[in-house]
Design a protein around this ligand. Structure first.
Ligand code: SF4
Length: 392
């Protein structure tokens, strides 16, 4: 028996090709796509304007399925978090954040993450695998129609849309899972699917420079960069990928990206870590990094989003004090940079940034390596395994 094709894996061109294989005209693919992504249908029999013969063919060869929900929690502030089963003992998280005039969905693109940022609990779990298109777009599909169902809002374009913004800031580095991520992005923007505007879909990257360039050519959605440090030495220790793509390369890539999205800006995410990256001097370094006082055309058009760190035990890091965060924000604002401080949401269900933990079968053995390192440091001193400067 051949496996069923999951239609959530297909973008519009692929769906047209698939329908062509079944002897159907392209307009049938458009109808089918609307049933899937605008009505949330998973039952071919409900697709009443499709010929019975096509529905019969589809029901024996295809399916429409997002990852199964393992847990579904709603926090006191309305933040809703789903834990989704992506097979082989792996789970990823999707979080809906309701606000007054919008609803934002934060989605995952990988089971775990190989980048291993020091302040991120996802990174601490290591990496298992990339998610497929159906596992990525399936998060939006499931959440939109689940939210509508729980509020008795009809599916279809007439019903009030629940998710107005999508951020790829959940588990994983989206640009290290490029093709499925871009296919899912294209479906989000497709008028025959979710029809979200380019500026309402944000991809967050830790700075995979070549892939930022590729994204600018293929689907230049809003860009957020996990910056977290104002100089290379500090960033090397917080975001290891910086050793490969240091700050001057990253800033140049941001400028190139904006050439393809000229009215946009880059959002720099900056996790506020007590005594690590939160001094006045760090703020001044950031200003120098993004602004060129002699030639404003050489500055990076940007805004800063300061994120109060959510401590977790293995990190050994602490959240900056509120007063420090305010003072830091003031320095950036006084330099003419739009700066916001992220409200932490869903604290009571661990849905705040960097806490999208899920459960991952760690192929990269990060946990084991960390435990080994802690054991050796206990035995041989805290500098074991670190590059230390020898002062003569
Ligand atoms: S912050 Fe993002 S890129 Fe860094 S480890 Fe966490 S999920 Fe990966």
């Amino acid at each position: 028996m051949t496996a069923l094709t999951n239609l959530l894996d297909l973008d519009s061109a692929q769906l047209i090709a698939y329908c062509g294989e079944l002897g159907e005209k392209p307009f049938r693919a458009k109808q089918l796509q609307r049933w899937i992504h605008q009505f949330g249908a998973s039952d071919f029999d409900a697709m009443t304007d499709l010929a019975k013969s096509l529905r019969d063919k589809l029901s024996t060869r295809a399916m429409i399925a997002s990852p199964a929900v393992l847990k579904d929690h709603t926090a006191r502030d309305g933040t809703r978090k789903w834990l989704l089963d992506v097979g082989q003992g792996n789970a990823v998280e999707t979080v809906f954040i309701p606000e007054e005039n919008r609803g934002t969905l934060c989605i995952s693109t990988q089971a775990g993450c190989a980048v291993n940022c020091r302040f991120c609990s996802t990174g601490k779990q290591g990496f298992n695998r990339n998610l497929s298109v159906s596992e990525i777009i399936g998060q939006l599909w499931m959440a939109e129609f689940e939210l509508r169902k729980s509020k008795s809002i009809e599916p279809g374009p007439k019903g009030e849309r629940q998710i107005t913004n999508v951020v790829m800031m959940g588990m994983g580095e989206p640009l290290l899972n490029f093709e499925p991520t871009v296919t899912a992005l294209k479906l989000m923007l497709d008028d025959n699917a979710y029809g979200l505007s380019r500026r309402r879909v944000t991809l967050s990257t830790s700075g995979v420079v070549p892939m930022m360039d590729k994204l600018s050519q293929e689907c230049p959605v809003a860009l957020a960069v996990s910056l977290h440090a104002s100089n290379d030495e500090l960033r090397n220790s917080l975001v290891p990928l910086n050793k490969k793509y240091p700050l001057h390369e990253l800033m140049a890539a941001c400028k190139r990206y904006l050439e393809y999205a000229p009215r946009d800006f880059v959002t720099f995410e900056y996790c506020m870590l007590d005594g690590v990256n939160d001094t006045d001097a760090h703020a001044q370094e950031l200003i120098a990094l993004v602004k060129n006082p002699r030639d404003s055309a050489q500055s990076v058009s940007c805004k800063f989003n300061l994120i109060p760190f959510n401590p977790f035990p293995e990190s050994g890091l602490k959240r900056s004090h509120d007063e420090r965060i305010k003072a830091f924000a003031r320095i950036l604002s006084n330099a003419g940079i739009v700066t916001t401080v992220r409200k932490t949401r869903g604290d009571d269900i661990d849905a705040a940034c960097g806490q999208l933990a899920g459960e991952v079968q760690d192929r990269t053995q990060v946990q084991a390596r960390m435990e080994k390192m802690a054991e050796y440091q206990k035995k041989f001193g805290s500098n074991f395994g670190r590059i230390v400067e020898i002062v003569k």
